[in-house]
Design a protein around this ligand. Structure first.
Ligand SMILES: NC(=O)c1ccc[n+]([C@@H]2O[C@H](COP(=O)([O-])OP(=O)(O)OC[C@H]3O[C@@H](n4cnc5c(N)ncnc54)[C@H](OP(=O)(O)O)[C@@H]3O)[C@@H](O)[C@H]2O)c1
Length: 292
């Protein structure tokens, strides 16, 4: 198939830096998510046609002009979903739905705090939490990212570069949030834990800051809180049928207008290095794609 857009994800940067738990031998083609058009179909493949628009999660190899994939690895893109959205919604939305619905069981009316709210996982988490009927507080470091969080449905935002996350989240939620979504790590993890109300849950999703927090156990004991690990990637590998069903639910909800994936910023494929550096240095707001 011809790649039309390859989604940029934090994990791609970790692979390239040799900082991911899996270290492929070099040289390798990075890129874990893509959308494109089918150019050829194998004789054994059923249900797919040349010209069809599809998306895929591939682990490695998406930063390319063309890819060869198993027929079972691709999913048709619903009408109305752009190439950019299709190349960037899989990982972020599946992670958000897995975290908020399956692991945290978020109910309508709950207060959900989202860290990294102007990033990929953060924006998807805001969208999914809003669709669940939650009230969302977004936390981000820049005005642009906080604006995106508000546009995605957050009712209020916290400036993590100048405000106390714990104090503001408690204030905005009337005493403590029910769920904190944490794809950032570092000092914000403990502040998010301390912002939780009674039986609040801290969802540990990632460490974009580069620092894995050590959390004080007394803060988990207090108020009967929970710290919940979210490893959607490993779950997806171990449960391919269930993950395909999860992606299908996400796409149905996008097509129905229940979810609103952001239109990504575009970089030429040749600028993959520039794009990855921008991602690592926090210059990308929302999502980004490489376009061959
Ligand atoms: N557990 C899972 O299954 C799963 C699934 C998908 C992703 N993840 C992980 O989740 C994390 C976030 O992914 P993402 O796609 O949302 O990334 P992203 O779009 O780059 O957003 C990450 C956010 O983290 C914040 N951040 C703070 N310090 C940073 C630093 N030193 N470098 C870069 N960002 C920094 C930035 O927000 P501010 O500028 O507002 O601080 C940024 O917007 C990654 O670690 C990724 O590997 C985990």
């Amino acid at each position: 198939m011809a790649v039309r857009a390859a989604g940029l994800n934090f994990v791609d940067a970790l692979f390239v830096q040799g900082r991911y738990q899996i270290r492929p031998s070099v040289p390798f083609v990075p890129g874990s998510e893509l959308a494109g058009v089918i150019t050829e179909v194998g004789s054994q493949v059923e249900g797919l046609e040349v010209g069809g628009r599809v998306l895929a999660s591939v682990g490695l190899g998406a930063f390319a002009e063309e890819v060869v994939l198993e027929g079972s690895a691709v999913t048709p893109i619903p009408h109305g979903v752009t190439d950019g959205q299709a190349a960037t919604l899989g990982q972020s939305y599946c992670t958000a739905v897995f975290a908020l619905e399956r692991r945290a069981c978020v109910q309508p009316g709950r207060h959900v705090l989202v860290l990294g709210a102007g990033g990929g996982v953060g924006l998807a988490a805001i969208d999914v939490a809003c669709a669940l009927g939650a009230t969302v507080i977004g936390a981000a470091s820049s005005e642009t990212k906080r604006r995106l969080a508000l546009d995605a449905g957050a009712t209020s935002v916290i400036d993590t570069s100048s405000e106390s996350l714990k104090d503001r989240a408690r204030e905005l939620s009337g005493g403590g949030v029910d769920v904190a979504v944490d794809p950032v790590g570092g000092d914000l993890s403990e502040a998010a834990l301390r912002s939780l109300g009674y039986e609040g849950q801290l969802l540990v999703i990632g460490f974009a800051s580069g620092t894995i927090a050590s959390l004080p156990a007394n803060q988990i004991l207090l108020r009967n809180r929970r710290v919940v690990g979210i490893d959607w990637g490993a779950w997806a590998l171990g449960h391919p049928t269930e993950n395909a069903a999860l992606l299908s639910v996400v796409l149905d909800r996008v097509a129905a207008g229940a979810y609103h994936p952001i239109e990504p910023t575009t970089y030429p494929l040749a600028d993959a290095g520039v794009a990855l550096r921008d991602l690592l240095e926090r210059r990308i707001s929302g999502k980004a794609v490489l376009v061959p």
